[in-house]
Design a protein around this ligand. Sequence first.
Ligand code: G3P
Ligand code: MG
Length: 245
Amino acid sequence: MTRWPYPRLFAHRGGGTLAPENTMAGMQEAQARGYQAVEFDVKLSRDNVPMLMHDDTLERTTSGSGLFKHLSSAELKQLDAGSWKGPMWAGERIPALDAVMAFLCGQHMTANIEVKPCVGRDEETGRIVAQAAAKLGSTWPPPLLSSFSVVALRAAAHAAPTLPRALLVEQCSTEQLALAVELGCVSLHCAWHDVTPEIVHAAHSCGLRLMAYTVNDADVACRLFRLGLDGIFTDALDRMRDAPT
Ligand code: G3P
Ligand code: MG
């Protein structure tokens, strides 16, 4: 099994539930709480700028409406991405990947960049995000690129072969482990309730690390780490610091 330079705890969507997701405020929350790594979601604006956003649509987390992919980066940067979470975050913006990576580099943190293509944009999202991450990726350890999209992962592998990649799955199985190996991934990321001693052993036996989303209970985290799980994504940044790592 290859050396695994990543910490066990990744703050999910930046600051988990303690800040508006996928914003600079979230990154700052993770940094302030001592996290060394953050996970966030990246998709392409209409003019192909990698920017942080989870949903394909704008309504839930911004002041905009309609499809993310229909707006340019300049238009997206005008939106309020904080007020939905609370008045103290009013005026928070949708950040571009380059700004977030610059912040993380400056704080000696690293990232799991989840490539989250808008519908129909898998190939170019994988390619452009990987190229950008390789150029910006002076964090140590290097940014880990993950995706549910096999097309995006193949494009990322082609565009930036030296960046580590992870396959995200909704349901863990030996077939998914084999697919992750075939894609040249270093890890498989699955839902935490799929983690069993057998699947940890199977992942490690084929040279993969196993990480789980989204673990918000410190006791569950402890149990999973005892099974040999390599890392978790958490929304509960405040509670998870107590989990032994
Ligand atoms: O990368 C782990 C996790 O973020 C995947 O699910 O929907 O929160 O992006 P989601
Ligand atoms: Mg994600």
